[in-house]
Design a binder for this molecule. Sequence first.
Ligand code: FAD
Length: 305
Amino acid sequence: MLRTVILAAARSSRVERLVQTVPVSRDVVRRFVPGVSTDDALRATRELVAEGLKVTLDYLGEDTQTAEQAAATKDEYLRLLKSLADAGVTAAAEVSVKLSALGQRFDEDLAYEYAHAICEVAASSGTTVTLDMEDAATTDLTLDTVDRLRRDFPTAGAVLQAYLRRTEGDCRELAVPGSRIRLCKGAYSEPESVAFQSTVEVDKSYVRCLNILMSGPGYPMIATHDPRLIAIGEDRAKWFDRSPEDFEFQMLYGIRPEEQHRLAAAGYQVRVYVPYGEQWYGYLMRRLAERPRNLAFFARSLASR
Ligand code: FAD
């Protein structure tokens, strides 16, 4: 219930304006978002890479409404990729892109064209692109786009959300040689007709999907902070004889950093999803919806002012 309310607020521009005006928001945001500029993103990347972690960078912004915004997002990704290449960190740092930030909602061709341009520069910089998955209304279009991009850029990665009823089937279809698939639980509010609603059902689906991906020929990216699912991931790696180079764990910036380091020290590849930019509102709200304790942290910060 609370999750649904927060996720509804995540899409409300009125609530967004309210939250943005509270100065303390910025302190709370910093826990999950290391900064707003390309330089901030690069600094966080350098720090994480020096700690033995890998990175995927997300320039925050979604549901872009105008062609100018979409072009600006594409340009920022191209700038970021150049900075990563100049800093010599592209072996450890890739980018995550939301098609809605590239204009998917109003011009699918434009979003494809911009995603293609980002993949092109990523490929020439020696790194990869993963297309984030958004709400269920866009799943087919996003998977189609990954499919098209993979013809020119075979390493283009997709994201599958375990809460969707369709995802087990998508895992079967997409677990092909060379595919890179990030498996996450799913962060949006979806109706029962398309998504499992209970934690137990979502977790069971995650394990079924994990089994398919870990036993298949693709490259699974296990995106979760859930200790039980991480343990199952470690177990399946042994069971299916997968070496640490053949899959990776992924977690969000600022969430369970000690676990990120533990896994890296144990010899696993761990990639941290690093969001940056001014448009942090939707991202922050999804993190608050996932964990009521984060909400309490936010409320305490407000109260202490
Ligand atoms: P949860 O059910 O949120 O948490 C399970 C358990 O993990 C908790 O009980 C607790 O033990 C532990 N835990 C969780 N958070 C914390 C914390 N802050 N501190 C300590 N312990 C904690 N979603 C999408 O819809 N599309 C995407 O493209 C997408 N990309 C993602 C990329 C990455 C790298 C990651 C990690 C997540 C991504 N997500 C994406 C978000 C994802 O769908 C979930 O909403 C989010 O990861 C929370 O789910 P969880 O698996 O961590 O488990």
